[in-house]
Each structure stands twice: as C-alpha cells, then as structure tokens.
Design a protein around this ligand. Structure first.
Ligand code: ZN
Length: 279
C-alpha cells in the first residue's frame, strides 16, 4: 500500500522539505514591505509559523505523501497529526479502500453475527449503519486498536508502525478509518468525487449526470440486511464502500426507489402471510 511510504525529513528524498524556498514562496510578488500587501504578509507569516510548528513536531520518519501534501497546502497543518488528518480528508476513497483492507486482516471475530439492538453495548440500531464488530463492547480490542477495522493504531493515528514505538494505547481509531466511517455513513458528501470517477455519466441510464444527481447504493441497504446479512465481515463493508456506490440521475433514482419500495412491500406481505399460515 502506497500509504506506507516514508521519508526522512532531512534525508535525501527531499533534500530539505522546509528549505528556504518554503519560507520565501510569497516573495515572488515583490519585496516584503514594498509591493506585498499587509494581507499577503500576514498570510506568509501564518504559513511560516505553521511550517515552523510542523517542523518542530515532525519525527525523523514520516509518510512522504502526507508531508508533500501538507507542505503544498495554502494553510499548512501545524502538527503531524493534523497533516495526516488533512491527507485522509482529501482522499476519502483511499481511506475507504484502506479501512476495508485493514478490516480484512482482522477478519470476523469468533462468535460475532450482525445483529441490531437498541443502542446496547455499542450495537447498531439500524441496518443503515455499517456493521462494526470491534465497536461492540463484547468484541472491542481496547486501547491501541482501531474500533472500525480491529488493527493496531500507531503514532499520529497511522496504520503502520514507522517509528518502532508500538501501538498508541490511547488511540482507538486510525485517521483513515475515521474518514472511511464518515464516507460509509454519508457517501452523498463525496458526490462530486464519485461523479468525476464515473466521468459524469449516470450509472442507471448511461446518459449525462445532471446537477441534481444523487448517490445511491447499487444493492440497497435493506436488501443487504434481509438477504446478505450472513456475508462474512468484513466483506459486508463492501456494501457501504465504493464497490456498492453509484451516482444516478434523480429521476432514475426515483424509479429505482419505487421498485425497491414495491419489493419491500411484497416481501412484508409474504412474511405476514407465512406467519399467519404457520400460526
Ligand atoms: Zn482502522
């Protein structure tokens, strides 16, 4: 996984990522105190301070892709932790993929089945929320383990121990898993990204996506609960992740939802009839 790459901040990969150039980038507009406006000076000063703070807190080894992104931001994240947060926030699809890959390493805990209960012991109350065995009290692994994927959490919420310090006992989330969790629970927030991924074509009709297009689960979540509930975890998570998401035009979505509502209604009637017969 490319997220595991690292760099010595003062090493040879980037000769000096905090070099003079990083501090004087704003000077292109003219000499300070001359052409540069007060606003530009304040902004440059803010960036200089953030860079200095980041440099101070940065360990010798740090993921190079995260550092490169942080240094290129107009507002530099002032701490390594914020740099990592900012990286995953910018890459929710990578976070989704990574969280599912990490969950696959953990596998389904023995004795766990996907059940819904009224908010007891960390259990989900609705099938709309992705199943998360390691968030349930009975299967939680405790401090130093991620409650989403079940794997160890290291410094700065990273998923690989680049620093040889072992798991961070106070952490219970990977930074990537926070973003994946948000994505699984509110995929519509990433509609612009998903639209781009589909080259702005509607997955239902093949036509152009309109402005009011909506994010949809290909296999609706009620069917995941009613028909695929026994799928081993973490394969279940694929129904919340990118493999089951699509952007479709609003009218196509309404037709699909109407079909699904009919399907649910038929299933309810059949279940009611079967119950009446067996009674
Ligand atoms: Zn995790």
């Amino acid at each position: 996984m490319d997220q595991g790459g690292s760099l010595r901040a003062n090493g040879s990969v980037h000769a000096d990522p905090f070099g003079e150039q990083a501090f004087t980038f704003e000077c292109d507009a003219g000499p300070i105190g001359g052409l540069m406006s007060k606003w530009q000076q304040q902004r440059a000063e803010k960036k200089r301070r953030a860079l200095a703070r980041l440099r101070k807190g940065l360990p010798d080894v740090f993921p190079s892709n995260v550092l490169s992104r942080a240094l290129a931001r107009p507002f530099v994240p002032p701490t390594p932790r914020l740099a990592i947060d900012s990286y995953w926030r910018a890459h929710p699809l990578r976070a989704d993929r990574l969280a599912r890959a990490l969950a696959a390493r953990s596998g389904q805990p023995d004795g766990w089945t996907w059940q819904l209960r009224k908010g007891q012991d960390g259990m989900q109350t609705t099938f709309r929320v992705p199943p998360a065995p390691y968030r349930e009290k009975a299967f939680a692994r405790g401090g130093g383990f991620c409650c989403v994927c079940g794997q160890s959490v290291y410094q700065f919420g990273w998923h690989i121990d680049l620093w040889g310090r072992g798991p961070n006992k106070r952490a219970t989330w990977h930074c990537a898993c926070v973003i994946a969790w948000q994505f699984w629970n509110a995929p519509s927030e990433q509609a612009p990204l998903l639209r781009r991924l589909q080259a702005r074509r509607c997955c239902e009709t093949g036509g152009r996506l309109w402005k009011d297009a909506e994010v949809d689960h290909r296999v609706p979540l009620y069917r995941v609960w009613s028909e695929y509930r026994d799928t081993p975890w973490p394969d279940l998570l694929n129904y919340w992740g990118l493999p089951n998401l699509q952007v479709i035009n609003r009218d196509a979505h309404m037709l699909k939802s109407a079909d699904e509502a009919r399907d649910r209604s038929t299933k309810r009637s059949l279940t009611a009839r079967d119950s009446a017969v067996s009674a």
